[in-house]
Design a protein around this ligand. Structure first.
Ligand code: SF4
Length: 319
């Protein structure tokens, strides 16, 4: 399917989207089956050197209590996730120079023999560093472009450019890592045309996975008074992403669940096939505040059990 930008914009604006939701659901079943892939998400540091204007982790937020896990605890938690049945661990952090490429690579080397796939999501690195992560055994790298509008991007990210971001995504792809991208719905200044561009950029990069979630304003950021993104529009974008990238892994993002738990379930019937479950130690879970949220107290095996039950209740198969 080759949808140009104008067609995508028109589709996003449709009054009745049900036919496209159904097409996306059918395509999802044909291409990736009825399983929902569960990813363990370990947030290991909320320090960040950047100052993205929408994010609670930005270095100019003095109110956030900061934490870092030591590499040994990160490895131990990843192994506990494997033990509980997870087949992928996502290691996520702000851009925290404390964890050098060597430290990150060493953690991957220690985790991989357990048989769990490792996704890194730690921000921007050089071409050589992404290659090094692959050599150490990392399977995937997640780096969202957030918005495909260069001016909007520059306004939201004082420390970088869209061009630089996309270059990093190309390096990730070139390094042989499965490439995860994604963007936000409802950023102030975003239009349906921007979202059409976001969807096309996912395809242009050749994303193997794409996280599309609503913008949620954080009270300790410059965007505190902005309205949150729409859950309905997020679902529409996920459905169109399925049509554009038939075999991609598309998560129901945590942000969508925070905005609307019901819609998080519905997104599985319009193209999504992945769910993230936090395995971050309880004392840190609520400090990883890209957007404001609070998460229930549950240990790793219990969290796995609950997410499997939720998947079965949707008539799908946990993987
Ligand atoms: S969005 Fe990422 S890079 Fe930007 S401040 Fe937040 S954690 Fe840091």
């Amino acid at each position: 399917m080759d949808k140009n930008r104008e067609q995508l914009r028109e589709l996003l604006a449709r009054e009745d989207f049900s036919e496209i939701f159904e097409r996306a659901d059918t395509l999802r079943r044909e291409q990736v089956g009825d399983t929902i892939r569960v990813r363990a998400l370990l947030e290991f540091s909320n320090y960040c050197r950047r100052s993205c204007r929408y994010c609670g982790l930005n270095c100019r937020n003095p109110k956030l209590e900061r934490f870092r896990l030591e590499p040994a605890e990160i490895v131990e938690t990843a192994l506990a996730a494997r033990e509980a049945g997870y087949r992928t661990i996502v290691l996520q952090s702000g851009e925290d120079p404390y964890y050098t490429p060597e430290i990150l690579g060493e953690m991957v080397r220690k985790i991989k023999p357990s048989g769990i796939a490792v996704t890194l999501s730690c921000g921007e690195f050089s071409r050589e560093e992404y290659r090094y992560f692959r050599e150490c055994g990392a399977d995937r790298y997640l780096l969202k472009h957030e918005t495909s509008d260069p001016n909007l991007y520059a306004g939201l990210h004082p420390d970088s450019t869209l061009e630089q971001r996309v270059q990093c995504q190309r390096y990730i792809k070139e390094a042989g890592l499965e490439t995860g991208g994604g963007f936000m719905i409802g950023l102030p200044g975003q239009t349906l045309d921007t979202i059409a561009g976001d969807l096309l950029l996912l395809r242009e990069i050749g994303c193997d996975m794409a996280g599309i979630g609503p913008f949620l304003p954080h009270p300790d950021t410059p965007l505190r008074d902005a309205a949150h993104g729409s859950a309905q529009l997020t679902m529409r974008a996920v459905a169109l992403a399925r049509l554009l990238l038939p075999r991609a892994n598309l998560p129901a993002t945590t942000a969508l669940g925070v905005l609307d738990a019901k819609e998080k379930r519905s997104v599985f019937s319009c193209g999504a096939n992945v769910i993230m479950q936090k395995v971050t130690p309880q004392r840190m879970k609520n400090l990883y505040q890209i957007y404001p949220a609070s998460f229930e107290e549950v240990d790793i095996p219990e969290g796995r059990k609950r997410v499997e039950q939720e998947i079965v209740s949707l008539g799908r198969i946990p993987e």
